[in-house]
Design a protein around this ligand. Structure first.
Ligand code: GAR
Length: 206
């Protein structure tokens, strides 16, 4: 079996800029990386990240509820696309749409997400301004397995980004994004190589 044949097949979901997606694609271009990126799905036709994925020769698909109707029907269309790519792992990278319970259960243990806070702190939106307002000492980012609850599920890894005097939402966001770009390729490699698995984490926490 060639090395490439042993690599996990990864689909990335985006809604916008796609800077985390870009880091994952660049990492997966490295010969020793344990995953390859087989496709990018967006719920937005104008997601900027789609351009980079296409330039890299990666398949892209726009799947939105505008075309497919309800959440469950849309998620079924997503599952079909993933199956046609033989995807093993899904990376949510700035995918700003909640997936259905059915979808999360079907792909349980195979979906990972990056979130710009030290979960379980600051689930949801506007994490940087909320961290500043709360005057926390440390902020940061988390990669975690996705379950049906928003920004929930066992953590794979976190990077702490300490707050600095005079931080604004923008300055903090900039530093956290750099941390995200380091964390996500590492976290995907852990999952793709089997070093970290949903089954083991959930078992260990019982
Ligand atoms: C990232 O900061 C990511 O953590 C966040 O959206 C941004 C996407 O940037 N995701 C969430 O807030 C999900 N809850 P990117 O498109 O440049 O990767």
């Amino acid at each position: 079996m060639s090395k490439k044949a042993g690599k996990k097949r990864v689909a990335i979901f985006i809604s916008g800029r796609g800077s985390n997606m870009e880091k994952l694609i660049r990492s997966a271009n490295e010969p020793e990386y344990p995953a390859i990126i087989v496709g990018v799905i967006s719920n937005k036709t104008d997601a900027k990240g789609l351009e980079f994925a296409k330039k890299q020769g990666i398949a892209t698909a726009i799947i939105s509820s505008k075309k497919h109707g309800g959440k469950v029907a849309t998620d079924e269309a997503i599952s079909k696309q993933l199956e046609s790519w033989n995807a093993d792992i899904i990376c949510l990278a700035g995918y700003m749409r909640l997936l259905s319970k059915e979808f999360c259960q079907k792909w349980q243990g195979k979906i990972i997400n990056i979130h710009p806070s030290l979960l379980p702190q600051f689930k949801g939106l506007n994490t940087h301004s909320r961290a500043i307002e709360a005057q926390v000492t440390n902020h940061g980012c988390t990669v975690h397995f996705v379950t049906a609850q928003m920004d929930d599920g066992p953590n794979i890894g976190q990077i702490i980004v300490p707050l600095q005097n005079g931080d604004t939402k923008e300055s903090l966001e900039k530093r956290v994004l750099i941390a995200e770009h380091n964390l996500y390729p590492w976290a995907l490699a852990q999952v793709a190589s089997g070093e970290i698995s949903f089954a083991e984490i959930t078992q260990a926490s019982k």
